[in-house]
Write a protein that binds this ligand. Structure first.
Ligand SMILES: [Zn+2]
Length: 226
């Protein structure tokens, strides 16, 4: 592991990620994109981007999965409906990007894992790996939990499915002692300017938060996942 290693990650596999390819090539930086296996290469839509959500996506994320699906169906959202244009990366994008980008697993349809019943979450965790490997010929060893949400069952099933690590959205750095199935990341917002970006990835952000009472280890950084 090189000192201060960093991997840049993107969740979901939004179609706009394709536009990053020239800069990824130019900078030659390690990038991993976590894909939703049932949404890529289709014209299906991510549920949280549906125009007519009857309540905020944040509220829906807290509902039991079958309840969330029921509410969405009532509002006219069908997870298998094919729209006029694609929301996620298509096969041709993945093929063109794969020499430069590491593609890994996110989910099938992006439910919140701890809110799913046993069978649903098993299908999501196992099915994503299987689909990405069999349909797209990708080598899958990592999963980023949708919305960063996980529980003991998520980790157990991820291990059972053959993943080698799992990523959360908990803020922080990882070192050689980190639990491979609770890897932290430094979440960045599209709206950040350069200074905010530097404050976050340097650990300064964390340092300030620690001073405000949140206990976090800063410093001995072996690996940064963002
Ligand atoms: Zn996501």
């Amino acid at each position: 592991m090189p000192s201060k290693a960093m991997v840049i990650t993107f969740d979901d596999g939004h179609i706009g990620n394709y536009e990053l390819l020239p800069i990824i090539k130019k900078l030659n930086i390690p990038v991993t994109i976590f894909l939703c296996a049932s949404i890529i290469d289709t014209n299906r839509q991510f549920w949280f981007q549906y125009d007519e959500l009857p309540m905020s996506a944040e509220k829906l994320k807290k509902k039991k999965n079958n309840e969330r699906l029921k509410i969405l169906r009532k509002a006219g959202f069908d997870k298998n409906h094919e729209y006029d244009s694609a929301s996620a990366l298509q096969r041709k994008h993945i093929e063109e990007m794969r020499p430069y980008v590491n593609f890994q697993a996110h989910a099938m349809y992006h439910p919140i894992f701890p809110n799913c019943d046993d069978e649903e979450v098993r299908t999501e965790i196992f099915g994503t790996k299987e689909a990405l490997e069999n349909k797209f010929g990708l080598e899958i060893n990592a999963i980023a939990y949708p919305n960063g949400d996980y529980c003991e069952r998520t980790i157990r099933l991820s291990k059972e499915a053959g993943y080698q690590c799992g990523l959360t959205v908990e803020y922080g750095f990882n070192d050689l002692e980190s639990d491979l199935f609770i890897l932290k990341r430094l979440g960045l917002d599209d709206s950040y300017d350069k200074n905010e970006l530097i404050a976050k990835v340097s650990g300064l952000w964390d340092f300030i938060k620690t001073r405000n009472g949140r206990k976090q280890t800063v410093g001995k950084t072996e690996k940064v996942v963002s």
